[in-house]
Design a binder for this molecule. Structure first.
Ligand code: ATP
Length: 606
């Protein structure tokens, strides 16, 4: 038999176009051809199981071989094979029509090119990205089938002849083009196989070794697996990472098909977080590790694998976004993650608290970005106070309600972003019997805003944003030991001593054992500046504005009564102010030197 023919398409030379267009992805030819070979072995298995094929199945496998001298790469399988008629149908027509359509669309300059490529799995024809000539030698499983050889050089001409082949199956032989000789290097091929074929369901042999794990644990039932299996698999995926905290085994077949394992990694701070650690598979074929859109943004921080035949192969971003099963997958994953966290919280609060530092970023990020997740997470999100105790939102509100409700019935939650630097304020609050939360990560500033929006009649204030009396205003007035006139005098003394227009001085009757001078930065001011720094807010001028502090002089502190009477009023006032700065880590440089000198002078005085 010898048949020559023309593949009936209207566009000549489609391969140079495809080749040029896919230049960065040439390596996927191997993924496409090996997965075709795997498909062929699975098809014969199925035919055998339904009694369509009665012969021996043998050990089903795929082999990849390279011959540097002959400049060929051969992908062989003992799958179902093809008859000459099937080659014409599947290779010449079906596979070609996909490639042709691709080029037709590509030529339409107005279309978004990413969008176009997203819609096509080039499949078999990706061979021409690296080969100048491709041969298929195949023998069908069907009784009496004649082996056939197909040859094509990437033009629209092909030939089919009778071939010699004893066993059922297919060899695809690539005659590698000069500009693609890098693919003749075994190390390169091994890397590509490792990337795309590591978990293919049929053994893939390369240089006498099986390079894949045909039954990775995500394909098994959770009931068959032990914790060790999950940890081992994590190590297989990320050899250099610390062990994961916990994991979720995804397993659903309706309304879409999806399996996978998502791991919660150990992350100590937001800067360490690595995205793109989740690998996306379709029937155990690696597709990509850019899972944006399939996985909700906040869960991109997780690690692991997701496998779904419902995720279109070779897809582009914009195509994925519009895909309805992708949307459902997204919702499903969010729900599963929330349920798992709720379960651990319920069943093992101790473990949950122990791991809170690592998972709080996911939880808070999730609550901020997804309302449904918020609804579930609000019951297990934890607040940590400066004593290292963890409370749920509800429990915490109940705990502080009696003591921290102000005169207008607002519940005031106090927090510190740095318990060390803000120590004086934390201590002052604790002396009043108030509780102080530790909210010190970058995400916390957004988290605080969200809590205020979601919780009724609740405000959050940083401990150093007001003097202790004003932080939570109660219905009580404090008497001042100083007269109005004395207060005026005291104010002037301090204003002159401080001599800084960014410091607003005020004299107020605090408790005698409160600090004599308290410097605060109002909450709203700091938040605006934070927002500006983070790039939002739109009030650009705020970013350039200096911090405007309030300086509260405690009229009831004995020191201030002395200031009024002392000879060197100004020096004493300045000293008290500097000490307040010092206690808040705000004194440095020349101001610090002057302060130290003055202190020595005062100590030296009789
Ligand atoms: N190794 C093989 N053994 C048997 N049949 C094959 C083999 N390779 C390809 N085929 C046949 O050729 C057809 C076209 O292959 P091609 O890779 O272009 O598309 P596909 O596998 O159907 O889809 P995809 O675009 O997802 O790869 C296949 O559907 C299959 O019928």
């Amino acid at each position: 038999m010898e048949e020559r023919g023309n593949i009936s398409i209207h566009t000549e030379n489609i391969f140079p176009i495809i080749k040029k267009f896919l230049y960065s992805d040439h390596e996927i030819f191997l993924r496409e051809l090996v997965s075709n070979a795997v498909d062929a072995t699975q098809k014969i298995k199925r035919l055998s199981s339904i009694g369509e094929y009665k012969g021996e199945l043998g050990e089903l496998k795929v082999k990849v071989a390279v011959n540097k001298e002959a400049k060929t790469i051969t992908i062989s399988d003992n799958g179902l094979g093809m008859t000459a008629g099937e080659i014409k149908k599947y290779i010449n027509q079906i596979a070609f029509s996909g490639a042709t359509e691709f080029v037709e669309r590509y030529k339409d300059a107005s279309a978004d090119k990413d969008q176009i490529i997203g819609q096509f799995g080039l499949g078999f024809y990706s061979a021409f990205m690296v080969a100048e000539r491709v041969e298929i030698v195949t023998k069908s499983y069907q009784e009496g089938a004649e082996p056939a050889r197909w040859e094509c050089d990437g033009s629209t001409e092909f030939s089919i002849t009778t071939a010699e082949r004893a066993e059922r199956g297919t060899d695809v032989i690539l005659h590698v083009a000069q500009d693609s000789e890098e693919f003749l290097e075994t190390a390169r091929l091994r890397t590509i196989l490792d990337k795309y074929c590591k978990f293919l369901p049929v053994p893939v042999e390369f240089e006498g070794e099986t390079i894949n794990n045909p039954s990775p644990i995500w394909t098994k039932q959770p009931s068959e697996l032990k914790d060790e299996d999950y940890k081992e698999f994590y190590k297989e995926l990320y050899p250099f990472s610390e062990p994961p905290l916990f994991w979720i085994h995804l397993n659903v077949d309706y309304p879409f098909n999806l399996t996978g394992i998502l791991y919660f990694p150990k992350v100590k701070n937001e800067f360490e977080i690595q995205r793109n650690k989740i690998q996306l598979y379709s029937r155990q074929v690696f597709i990509t590790d850019e899972v944006k859109d399939v996985v909700p943004e906040f869960l991109m921080l997780l690690h692991g694998v997701i496998d779904s035949p419902d995720i279109p192969l070779n897809v582009s971003r914009s195509f994925l976004q519009a895909d309805s099963s992708v949307k459902k997958i997204n919702t499903y994953i969010t729900k599963k993650v929330a349920d798992k966290l709720a379960e651990i919280f319920r069943k093992d609060r101790e473990t949950f608290e122990k791991n809170w530092d690592d998972i709080s970023v996911f939880v808070k990020y999730g609550m901020l970005s997804d309302d449904k997740f918020y609804e579930k997470a609000k019951d297990f999100v934890l607040l940590q106070n400066t004593e290292g105790k963890y409370h749920t939102l509800e429990a915490y509100k109940n705990l502080v309600q009696a003591n921290q409700t102000d005169k207008s019935e607002q519940l005031v939650l106090l927090y510190t972003t740095d318990a060390d630097k803000q120590h004086a304020f934390v201590e002052a609050a604790q002396n009043r019997g108030y509780d102080v939360l530790q909210l010190d990560s970058i995400i916390d500033s957004h988290f605080i805003g969200m809590l205020e929006q979601k919780l009724e009649k609740t405000t959050l204030k940083r401990v150093d944003s007001e003097t202790i009396d004003k932080l939570i205003e109660k219905d009580e007035t404090k008497e001042s030991v100083l007269s109005e006139g004395e207060k005026e005098d005291l104010k002037k003394v301090y204003e002159e001593a401080i001599n800084n227009k960014n410091m607003t001085v005020e004299v107020a009757p605090l408790a005698p054992d409160d600090a004599p001078v308290v410097i605060t930065l109002p909450e709203f001011m700091r938040r605006m500046k934070d927002m500006n720094r983070a790039g939002g807010g739109g009030m650009m001028f705020m970013g350039e504005m200096p911090d405007m502090y309030n300086v509260t002089i405690n009229a009831n502190h004995p020191l201030n009564q002395r200031v009024l009477k002392a000879e060197e009023k100004s020096q004493l006032a300045r000293q008290a102010f500097d000490l307040a700065l010092l206690s808040q880590n705000m004194l440095s440089g020349a101001a610090l030197t002057t302060f130290v000198k003055r202190s020595f002078e005062l100590m030296t005085k009789e």
